[in-house]
Design a protein around this ligand. Sequence first.
Ligand code: FMN
Length: 214
Amino acid sequence: MRLVVGISGASGALYAERLLAALAPTRHHVDIVASKIGAEIFRQETGSDVERRVEQLTAAGARFRLWKRDDLYAPFSSGSQVYDAMAVVPCSAGLLGRMASGASNDLLSRAGDVFLKEGRALVLALRETPLSEIHLENMLKLRRAGAVILPASPGFYTRPKDLIDLADSLVQRVVDHMGVELRVHRRWREHAEPRRSASRTPASDVGRERSMES
Ligand SMILES: Cc1cc2nc3c(=O)[nH]c(=O)nc-3n(C[C@H](O)[C@H](O)[C@H](O)COP(=O)(O)O)c2cc1C
């Protein structure tokens, strides 16, 4: 599959880190773009630069490529290049608004515009609280345009052991909605299984030690 992962300027960089860690061992080609504040928050919240993290995972075999946030020449900036899905994790309310208005003024908002117009899977893990009427209207507008609004609001029914476990439960929902067949985390009614048993795949363990240090 050809995928795009966007990282915008909302809290919740751990979700992005865990999504990249889950996709790294797969054969999927993943184009990555972070907004200016998205990259800053990633550094603040994970202790690592997006660039360095992508380099590490690529050196370990991931088919990743990081794009500059204003590089509108990136292939996923054009509908003529065929991609399967895009996820923005986490998604800021600002980016939500730019996408809802069709203001394609940077690579993230342009990519969202392209995925919507081409009818491709677009998953937005919005992280903001509380939500204003403007946010709610933007969510409805984007939902009606075909996006999946997947708030960064993880469930607790799998009895998460730590933040990584909690983040992985949300990442599982993200990859499900991207159409990526990947087992990242145990599902509902699987929480009684012994912890760290076969329910956790190698994919979701990639980068775990690093994330816990952060
Ligand atoms: C430390 C920090 C945390 C932020 N957290 C959020 C957040 O959780 N949700 C949100 O919608 N905006 C948040 N913002 C505000 C956005 O970063 C801001 O609206 C920015 O313009 C979004 O730009 P982007 O969409 O290009 O990433 C935060 C800003 C900073 C500096």
